[in-house]
Design a protein around this ligand. Structure first.
Ligand code: TEU
Ligand code: CA
Length: 555
């Protein structure tokens, strides 16, 4: 694998709506991101991915774009965006935007024109089917619930939407549509963007001609995944997009790729892959249930370890995966991957190190560096997210009581990660001088940037140490590129692995409160990371404290 400019970096995801509000309207904005660039620089961040801030009705918080060439006024102006790119550049940082091109908003010009003239040029930008009484074109279930078909206003047709009905799918089979997409990507890259995170991309290829599949729930519908399994040939679109956009700009691209087949991975992220990298979702999808995500199983430490190692093994050395513990669609990693009741600064640091030291590109989601936690939702009225509200209905329909349904969706709700960033212990966590669009997590007086910056033992300062190790000229080669090999893989509640480069490092996490003893394979030369003040060593034998994590250099 040849080395690329972005591989030794540290990436950070911003959810603009909840990051920092400068004008008191309760909504985070681009000037707010500019103000906090120094905070990110100080943390050690190089690449900043912004969730969408294009013009949008915000039905799905910006993942429904009505103008790909404009900034939504709630986030700022195009001048703000240009300034953000320039200010980032001054600090040797890269701005990465979200590319949402499986669908647009139903308020986009293209869609409006398609409604006026469904048989014309813009009708062919979407998937339209004639309406037949009492029968849908297919029985596919949208990710956000209900059928994927909706009446095309003012016509006798229906349009396809695999997400919300305000997100009509774009027809990638149409070369004219693809040209529009490439033109837009290049327009942004020419402005000086570092690249794109590519949203929901696996959905752009539909199995054609469309047909029904065996229903998998009582609603008579079937999961989109059945159709995607059958859809072959996505590579033609992705290869074309790469050649026409990312490649000539040497841009960074990271795909939101679910369900890629193992044998296709080199095509996706090998040396001439469609993307630079893709996220590892192996842990996040663990425990999935046919009934819906409200029903998914909890993940144990041993499962978590297995999922991480599975991905690492699949990547071998041809690909460079992007590692996460959370994002804007997931619960907070510390609430998800640390067994209930065990979540505290010590265990948060353990999880941080175990994830951060994996081979690949680490992404930190805003607030993760503080150890931000899930929200204790008391009522469904506190939820804003369309996906959670929909899933709540699915759970009720399946016979759960309202209390049980709330509990079931609360653990995985996307709003867990969308509460405002906790900057200070002051009102609204210092996020806004107005009323925040989504309530602030009540633990903000204990968990915030101001407090953690001055506490040498904070989660924030632990992240800084991890980042510093990745950037240390002496260890960088090994931490960034070194091979990963599991160590004592079968030991219960222990996650441990080697990183082998020009040095040999061992990462060890005791994933429980009970102490456990391990024997180092060779002498410990140096302790590089430790979430305890001490390390109990007797010869080569180490007695690990509860949730202790160590990164040591071996002789
Ligand atoms: O998510 C794509 C995705 O596959 C979702 O089904 C995800 O699993 C879901 O959010 C779980 O509830 C992307 C974005 O990350 C998400 O925020 C958008 O809502 C979605 O695409 C549509 O653009
Ligand atoms: Ca604002």
């Amino acid at each position: 694998m040849e080395k690329k400019w972005w591989q030794d970096k540290v990436a950070y995801q911003i959810y603009p709506k909840s990051f920092y509000d400068t004008n008191g309207d309760g909504i985070g904005d681009l000037p707010g991101i500019i103000e906090k660039l120094d905070y990110l620089k100080e943390l050690g961040v190089d690449i900043v991915w912004l969730s969408p801030c294009y013009r949008s009705p915000l039905a799905d918080q910006g993942y429904d774009i009505s103008d790909y060439y404009d900034i939504d006024p709630r986030f700022g102006t195009m001048e703000d965006m240009d300034r953000l790119i320039a200010e980032a550049k001054k600090r040797d940082m890269y701005i990465v935007m979200d590319l949402v091109v499986n669908h647009c908003s139903d308020e986009h010009e293209w869609f409006k024109k398609a409604c006026k003239d469904p048989d014309g040029k813009y009708g062919r930008f979407f998937y339209l089917r004639d309406k037949e009484d009492g029968k849908l074109p297919t029985n596919w279930r949208s990710y956000f619930g209900g059928p994927v078909w909706e009446d095309l206003p003012g016509t006798n047709k229906q349009y396809l939407h695999v997400f919300h009905k305000k997100q009509p799918d774009l027809n990638w089979e149409n070369p004219e549509l693809r040209e529009e997409v490439y033109k837009n990507i290049n327009w942004w890259l020419d402005k000086g963007l570092g690249g794109f995170r590519i949203d929901a991309i696996i959905n752009i290829k539909k199995a054609l001609p469309m047909h029904d599949y065996e229903p998998d729930r009582e609603d008579g519908l079937c999961s989109i995944n059945k159709m995607l399994e059958e859809a072959a040939g996505i590579g033609e679109f992705l290869g074309e997009m790469r050649d026409r956009t990312f490649k000539p700009h040497d841009a960074f691209s990271v795909g939101e790729v679910f369900n890629a087949k193992d044998e296709e991975l080199p095509d996706f992220i090998g040396d001439n892959g469609y993307f630079s990298s893709m996220f590892d979702f192996n842990e996040t999808i663990f425990g999935g249930s046919e009934k819906g995500w409200y029903d998914c199983k909890e993940i144990t430490p041993d499962d978590y370890k297995r999922c991480c190692f599975e991905t690492q093994a699949k990547m071998g050395d041809f690909g460079f995966v992007s590692n996460i513990i959370e994002n804007h669609d997931e619960p907070r990693g510390v609430s998800h991957y640390i067994p209930e009741g065990d979540c505290c600064d010590t265990s948060k640091k353990m999880l941080a190190a175990l994830n951060f030291m994996l081979r690949g590109l680490p992404f930190i989601y805003q607030g993760q560096e503080l150890g931000m936690e899930n929200v204790p939702f008391k009522s469904i009225d506190e939820v804003d997210d369309i996906s959670t509200l929909d899933e709540y209905k699915v759970a009720l329909d399946a016979g759960l009581t309202p209390e049980a349904a709330l509990k079931a969706v609360a653990r995985r709700s996307r709003d867990n990660a969308r509460t405002p960033m906790q900057w200070t212990g002051e009102e609204n966590a210092g996020f806004t001088a107005g009323t925040p669009w989504l309530r602030v997590n009540s633990n903000y007086t204990a968990i915030n940037v101001e407090k953690e910056t001055i506490d040498p033992n904070s989660v924030l300062n632990f992240y800084k140490k991890l980042i510093a190790l990745r950037k240390d000229p002496e260890y960088k080669e090994t931490v960034v590129y070194g091979a990963l090999e599991p160590f004592m893989e079968d030991r219960h509640n222990l996650m441990a692995y080697y990183r082998k480069g020009d040095k040999t490092l061992l990462v060890v996490g005791n994933y429980q409160w009970d102490e456990q003893e391990i024997t180092l394979p060779s002498e410990c030369k140096k302790v590089l990371i430790n979430n305890y003040p001490d390390m109990v060593l007797d010869g080569n034998s180490v007695k690990l404290h509860g949730y202790q994590v160590l990164v040591v250099e071996l002789a």
